[in-house]
Ligand binder design. Structure first.
Ligand SMILES: *Cc1c(COP(=O)(O)O)cnc(C)c1O
Length: 362
């Protein structure tokens, strides 16, 4: 059987080695006679799993002790509310609008604080990242919120915005661990697991401890970062199996050389695809320049008929889930950490052959 390559935007491909390890340990975890899924979250075995997952993530991202690492639930979408509920002090926040997820974060924050949209790329279907200067940000804002990688539109912030001393909050759901970031440049980082970390159900929050401890009055207990930080993410039953899987992925990234090595591989994989798109007379890329994501690559053919034909033929050839998001159309290849280079090579080869066939027909 020839391999299947899954280009899904999320839930997305996981490393084969991780799935096989999880399979081997599924029914009887390390001689305990039980599955991780069946164990108390307060027992010794699961505590060890959780501690190792946190330690591995701290090592991967060089997270200082002055930051708490939380394993929460509710997806990145819950963070759209948790961030303003926990970080509002003076009552105003700056947001950069670079896509559908930013818009949702903005809409939710407006329920709790005064939101100023500093810049937006909505005028061109979010195909670029707006230029940002220090003078555009309010030094009195409680925080500045960005979406580092825009999963739907295939854009990434080429550099972090110059926010001065204001805490920078980042939704890193679709590019955490794919490139090196300095945690100290952020007040808070959050990410749903299902793109680059593990199965859906776990949300990672990395937050500077000095930002904790003050929430808006009606904040639900479950939405207080401090409660989770004080209880090692075990205030209630955490998503135990998801944390276990995330830990296996963290250890896999370490075994691959860490985030810097992953970034080098991701850049090379993405370049294979972008170089082909830039040289093609048939396919086109929807994003230009330094804002091109190395995780999500949308691309188009000249007509809806050709897009549909390409998606169907690619699927039959084992290149799965390439249909683009409805707001961009065409195709999107999500090439997260776990997508092997061979998968990208297979996709580019398939696109070349598709183009040659289309040319022969005219
Ligand atoms: C997928 C995604 C989300 C939504 O995550 P959920 O876990 O489904 O809430 C938010 N932001 C970004 C950038 C995403 O890619």
């Amino acid at each position: 059987m020839s391999p299947i390559y899954n280009f899904s935007a999320g839930p997305a491909v996981l490393p084969q080695a991780v799935l096989e390890k999880a399979q081997a340990e599924l029914v009887n975890y390390q001689g305990s006679g039980m599955s991780i899924m069946e164990m108390s979250h307060r027992g010794k075995i699961f505590s060890g799993v959780r501690d190792r997952a946190e330690a591995a993530l701290r090592e991967l991202m060089a997270i200082p002790d002055s930051y708490a690492v939380l394993f929460l639930q509710g997806g990145a979408s819950s963070q759209f509310s948790m961030v303003p509920l926990n970080l509002t002090r003076g009552g105003k926040a700056d947001y950069v609008n670079t896509g559908a997820w930013s818009k949702k974060a903005i809409a939710e924050a407006k329920r709790y604080t005064q939101v100023r949209v500093v810049a937006s790329s909505e005028d061109k279907t979010f195909c670029y990242i707006p230029a940002l200067e220090a003078s555009m940000f309010d030094p009195e804002a409680d925080y500045v919120h960005i979406t580092t990688n825009n999963t739907i539109y295939g854009t990434v912030f080429p550099e972090l915005p110059p926010v001065g001393g204001v805490p920078l909050v980042a939704d890193m759901s679709s590019n955490i661990l794919s490139q090196v970031y300095r945690v100290e440049d952020f007040g808070l980082i959050y990410a749903g697991a299902q793109k680059n970390i593990g199965p859906a159900g776990v949300t990672i929050v990395i937050v500077r401890r000095d930002l904790l401890g003050q929430v808006l009055p009606a904040t639900p207990k479950m939405f207080e970062y401090q409660i989770h930080a004080d209880n090692d993410s075990m205030y209630n039953t955490p998503p135990t199996y998801g944390i276990y899987m995330a830990g296996l992925v963290f250890e896999w990234v370490l075994s691959q050389g860490g985030v810097a090595a992953m970034e080098a591989r991701n850049r090379e994989k993405a370049a294979l695809l972008y170089d082909f798109l830039d040289g093609s007379e048939l396919f086109s890329s929807t994003v230009q320049g330094a804002a091109r994501s190395i995780m999500n690559v949308p691309f188009l053919l000249p007509s809806d008929e050709l897009n549909a034909q390409f998606i169907a033929e690619a699927d039959a050839a084992g290149l799965k889930t390439l249909k683009g998001h409805r707001s961009v159309g065409g195709m999107r290849a999500s090439i997260y950490n776990a997508m092997p280079r061979e998968g990208v090579v297979a996709l580019v080869d398939f696109m070349k052959a598709f183009e040659a066939k289309a040319k022969a027909r005219v």
